[in-house]
Design a protein around this ligand. Sequence first.
Ligand SMILES: NC(=O)c1ccc[n+]([C@@H]2O[C@H](COP(=O)([O-])OP(=O)(O)OC[C@H]3O[C@@H](n4cnc5c(N)ncnc54)[C@H](OP(=O)(O)O)[C@@H]3O)[C@@H](O)[C@H]2O)c1
Length: 331
Amino acid sequence: MATVLITGGTGLIGTALSKELHAKGYEVIILSRSPEKYPSRNSGVSYAKWDLEKMTIAAEAIFKADYIVHLAGAGIADKRWTLKRKREIVESRTQSSALLVKALTENVNHVKAVICASAVGWYGASAASENETENGHSFIESDPAADDFLGTTCQQWEVSIDPVLSLGKRIVKFRTGIVLSNQGGALKEFKKPLRFGFATILGNGKQIMSWIHIDDIVRLYIYAIENERLHGVYNAVAPHPVTNKKFMLQLARSLRGKFFVPFYVPSFILEAVFGELSIEVLKNAPVSCKKIKKEGYQFTYPSITAALHQLNNRNLSPFPSPQAERGDERS
Ligand SMILES: NC(=O)c1ccc[n+]([C@@H]2O[C@H](COP(=O)([O-])OP(=O)(O)OC[C@H]3O[C@@H](n4cnc5c(N)ncnc54)[C@H](OP(=O)(O)O)[C@@H]3O)[C@@H](O)[C@H]2O)c1
């Protein structure tokens, strides 16, 4: 079976992806800055080291790899965006791509494809009117990058891996929406105030969030590995984005029944607490997944109802939701 090398594979997506790949019989090597921290966290998965400052990488990991999944990067929403943090967010992605390009250029290898993370932050806020957005206007892959921090970051990030094309490698880039998982990321943060009975709606709550269930993003990476015809950029978001208000109320209902109080957090408070990062949670960002669906990918969790139902009832096996596929969930 093929070997998949995952950069940043110790994170939220990488951990889930490596388990699934291993279960399917793939060999998995995780490239980490500190592999010594993960002696046997995931059986059947081995760890190798890279050092972005010294620009070094375990050559045997490159030699063994058939595919590379490139996830590494400093967390975009983990800290306030100071100048230093912004530099780290960009350089952790561009430098790591540069190191991969260097390693693939200098070492004998048989890597067939590099599947790379990107984010829907590429698009910025939608300029469409509320009416147009309600009628399904969404960003598509050919739309230009926004000229804000995340837009320019995603642009540099995506371009930084392009030199591997000239080495004859196939490239796939997933502009990923908010990943919903019980293991961390945004969902964990959204749930915190609910412990005290508050469903915190951000700003006026009308902004559309483009999200994806962890199982679908994992399956998408595997889909890209296994389907040679995939190349270029794809939005990795569920078919039915939701408004922040709808999302928070649905999450609250599924966790607390009727026992919660909706609480609007004014945008000026978000700006005071999160600074420029607040723009990200307040912006209207409807994104289309039509392109990846055209490639034949079928979402396991197309609707937020199906996704939250599964995430809040962890023992349930994945289930498709035809009725949710039909209904638009935005309002
Ligand atoms: N989760 C989401 O909602 C979401 C949405 C859109 C896009 N994405 C993108 O998808 C990728 C994977 O997401 P994730 O949620 O799994 O991320 P994550 O949990 O934050 O993990 C990313 C990994 O990158 C490595 N890393 C962190 N800081 C780094 C730095 N300064 N330099 C080099 N490597 C660094 C870490 O691995 P080591 O410490 O082992 O080196 C970490 O485990 C990220 O690039 C993320 O931006 C995620």
